[in-house]
Unconditional design. Structure first.
Length: 248
């Protein structure tokens, strides 16, 4: 395949970025999207030009690092996959592909296609944990019976990889789907009840402080989420927040 790539290039957080055109050839359908960018970068390095900076780590849909806006969609045209799992067979010879970083005030561009998503880490640090009493009286977690439905929903919420596609998909750059997944994975389990009140208040507060917008109720986040995190988590977080506010 021969392709035209229109890629966002930005020197650093303070510089103004712009779209730069690149022609690329010899791309196979079995290559992943990131392998296609590797080919481009090898070409650029061979020509003595600066390679395009983009985030990646596991390249198997686990870490959430590969945050790319491809033709206007977070993680590209396929559903329920990350950018690293997207294959070039989804595109046709002669296509033009726009590649941009995830756009959100709370995700400032570091360089080119790489954004700083440490705002997510700070939301997690605000309450996304359980305390464990290691006094010697600790009960084995498996000894506590949990309803199958709750266990399944908690597990599904815990599959959120913190990629930020939900934020990039939302016209308000809301982090409600991410935060609600992190709240829900504990809210549904008995082990999560000890800090339940403080957790939801602290995580929502941190989410607001980071500059994420309000939920638009359009559901774009759920559609673009590579892990299929359900909007039900947002409804659950709102209920948890209301309960905690009334207690406080
Ligand atoms: S909710 Fe989905 S889109 Fe948002 S960070 Fe988690 S995995 Fe990514
Ligand atoms: S590189 Fe880890 S999810 Fe894509």
């Amino acid at each position: 395949m021969n392709l035209t790539l229109k890629i966002w290039r930005q020197k650093d957080a303070k510089s103004q970025g712009k779209i730069v055109d690149y022609q690329i050839s010899g791309i196979e359908g079995d290559m992943s999207f990131l392998e296609m960018l590797d080919v481009l970068n090898e070409d650029l390095i061979n020509k003595g030009e600066e390679p395009v900076v983009f985030d990646h780590d596991c390249r198997e849909g686990i870490c959430g690092a590969c945050s790319l806006q491809i033709n206007g969609e977070p993680h590209g045209p396929d559903r329920l996959i990350t950018t690293c799992q997207l294959h070039m067979r989804k595109f046709n010879d002669g296509d033009t592909i726009y590649i941009e970083p995830f756009r959100a005030k709370a995700f400032p561009v570091v360089k080119d296609l790489m954004v700083d998503r440490s705002a997510f880490d700070r939301i997690q640090q605000a309450g996304g944990y359980v305390s464990v009493n290691t006094s010697g009286n600790t009960i084995d977690a498996n000894a506590i019976p949990i309803e199958k439905e709750n266990a399944d929903d908690a597990f599904a919420a815990a599959t959120c990889i913190g990629c930020g596609a939900c934020v990039a998909a939302c016209k308000n750059a809301s982090a409600m789907l991410f935060t609600s997944a992190k709240v829900s994975q504990f809210a549904l389990l008995p082990q999560g009840q000890v800090e339940a009140t403080e957790r939801v208040l602290a995580m929502v507060n941190q989410m607001d402080e980071e500059g994420f917008g309000n939920c638009t109720n359009t559901g774009a986040c759920e559609i673009e989420c590579p892990k299929g995190i359900s909007l039900e988590n947002i409804a659950r977080m709102n209920r948890e927040y209301l309960k905690a506010s009334l207690k406080g």
